[in-house]
Every structure is written in C-alpha cells, then in structure tokens.
Design a protein around this ligand. Sequence first.
Ligand SMILES: *Cc1c(COP(=O)(O)O)cnc(C)c1O
Ligand SMILES: [Zn+2]
Length: 416
Amino acid sequence: MRYELRCRECHKSWGNVPQSVCEDCFSPLEVTYDYDSLGRLFTREKIAQGPPSIWRYSALLPLPDSHQPTLPVGFTPLFKAPALARRIGAKHLYIKNDAVCLPTLSFKDRVVAVALANARAFGFDTVSCSSTGNLANATAAQGARGGFKCWIFIPADLEPAKIVGTQVFGAQLVRISGSYDQVNRLCSQIADEHRWGFVNVNLRPYYAEGSKTFGYEIAEQLGWRLPDNVVCPMAGGSLIVKIQKAFQELIQLGLVEPKPVKFFGAQATGCCPISTAVKLGNSEIEPQKPSTIARSLAIGNPADGHYAIKAIRESGGWSEDVSDREIVNSIRLLAESEGIFTETAGGVTVACARKLYKLDRILPEETTVLAITGNGLKTSDAVAGEYELEQPIAPRLVDFNAYLESTFSFPAAVGA
Ligand SMILES: *Cc1c(COP(=O)(O)O)cnc(C)c1O
Ligand SMILES: [Zn+2]
C-alpha cells in the first residue's frame, strides 16, 4: 500500500477508510506514505513532465490507483510583489495567488479534488460538507462535474456570491441559523446516520492532504528552494500545517536543500482562537464566538488549531490578527499595488504581514511568501461601501471636459 491512515498520536494504522478520528485514543488520523518506495516516483524530473496542475504531485497525494483526473486544479501563479513590498517595508516579497485557482477561485479546489477522488473510491454517491463558503463552492462544482449528488451545509448569513456560487451547480443547499461550529457539529451527526462522503468530516484526512500542493508549488516555483517565511490565513488551521508537511517531505525526499522555514498565521481579530493561543503561549484552543467580515476564516473552534499552534511555534514563527478596518484597507492596498482583487481572507493575510514587518517579526531581507487564498469577487460587499458612485455624465465631449475640470485629483490611495 502506497499510503494509509495513521493516528497522529498513538500511531495505530487504520488502512484506508472514510474516517477522521482514531477509535482508540480519539486523536485525528493522518495520511502517511511509504517514503522509501516513493523516492523513485517523486523526482524533480518526473514532476516537470507532469501536467500544470496539482496532479503533477500525484505520487505524494492519497489517490486511488483508479483515479483519472479531468480538471486542471491548482498550479496557480507565484510572483514577486515589489510595489506591495515597498508599501509594507519588505524587500523579497512573493504572492502565491490562489484567487485564480480553478474551478472556483479559492484554494479549497485543491482539497476537494483530492477528497472527491476518495469519495469515488469508497463508493459514495453523495458528497457533502460544512462550509464557511469557499468549500461549499468547490464541493458543489466538482461534485456536479463528478456526477455526485451534493448536500451543502452553511451558516445562513454567508455572503450572497458564495450562496449563489453554490446553488448554481445544482447542489442542495441547507442554510442553518447558527455559527459554522454549530453547522459542523450537525454534519458530524448526519455523517453517522447517512452513507455520505463529507469532504471535511469523514474524508477529512484525505481532503487535508490536498493543501500540501500549495506548498509543493511554492517550492517548485521558487526554483526548488524554500522561502524563509510563509504568511498564511487560518480558519480550521489545516492549510498552514500542510504547507509545513509539504516542505518537510520535499526535504526528506531530497528535492530541496534542508532549510528552516518560519510559519506565520493570520486571523481576523473578530475570530482569532489560534493567534490568541500563540500570543498567550497556550498549546490548546479556547473556542471563540466569531464576529468578523472575514467569513471564510470564521471558525471559532478550529479542528487543527492545536497542530497549527505547534507548526507556528516550533518553526520560530508567530501569529497576528487584524481588525475588519485593517482587512478592508489591505484588500485595497493589494489591489492598488499589485492588481490582485482578493477576498477578505487575503486582506487578513496582507494586513497581518504588514503588522509582522512593522513588529520586526519578519525582516525585509528575508524571502517571504504571502498566501492569497481566495477571490475578491466573492466578497465584493466588503469593499463596495468604500467607493462613491458618482452621477453619470452625458455622452458629450463638452460634458467630459467639464467633468475633468471638476476633478482635480484621483482619490488618495489607502494606508499611506
Ligand atoms: C478555508 C479557507 C482558509 C483557511 O483554511 P484552513 O485550512 O481551514 O485553515 C483560508 N482562506 C480561504 C479563502 C479559505 O476559504
Ligand atoms: Zn490513536
């Protein structure tokens, strides 16, 4: 067997089953690989011959042998951000831009692609999830393409674009009047009663492995080098942990030079259980009741919080959180400086990065990658109120010239 589930704490093997918790000690299960036999399959040359998508890393993903990928998920651009760097006091700043991840414009497409490959292998005809929005979009889209029936559970008051962006795929959308954490608890109960593949409940160990591809791509796109720092938004805390796992695997398999990488977690102050624990020096999460515009990160009791804290602390990193005002300012800053419209989660990343440079937690000379994980068109309401809609003018040159005269300058850029 190329991979199997093992308990993170007692290390008992569970084979490959749709299950996320060890029945012996109730700790989370994780996919582990036979790295000795993988060395030959996972080389720079083999990867370079693969498709421009997450499937180039298939050898290190938990994919059944029968899996035939048909969607070009991932392999999003990584590029230098010199103008943003100047604005926040950085020098070697990169953006990893999953605002353009296919098919639904967030990094959640990566995790769903891997989860649904396993849903198929386990014989589920219905897939499902609890979601703060982006996971709903990704599950509904890829579920439709894969011919699955699809049930999606969300807090009732999500952003309109994330609701329509789920319904349009024909998914059965169940709105719950409650927080994400309540929605998620309900889904665990439903998963016990129905034979459905919940991508982030009973398929969670497989789902989470999809996030590693974000890390593999960073390393490959930097020319098979690791950065000094990664700044990553956190909801359940899975992505940041899996980027670290990806880097460790690349080192273990000899694809990159060993190097310490610091991990910096980013949250909204209105929901910051992980950054609070890091700042207080606690190793466990104290659940919070979320209240922030960063809805995609609004998980008050993050499933992987404990491991996210560990990844941050053991790497020598740190975690920050920022106000809704700072999130909006930073969405604008990223758009005006680099031409990227990110959603609120991306605003959290940029705002926290700014703070981390200011606090000298990150030094300008270091190579730092910002994880931009979602698209601004899905949360445009967050910034719509920032702009006035002027009165239209008549389609005549004289009117335009009059308008031009009345306009002495463009509105000032934010956050100067
Ligand atoms: C879900 C999500 C995250 C955080 O992912 P976790 O793995 O749950 O920490 C970050 N950004 C966006 C846009 C998301 O949708
Ligand atoms: Zn166990």
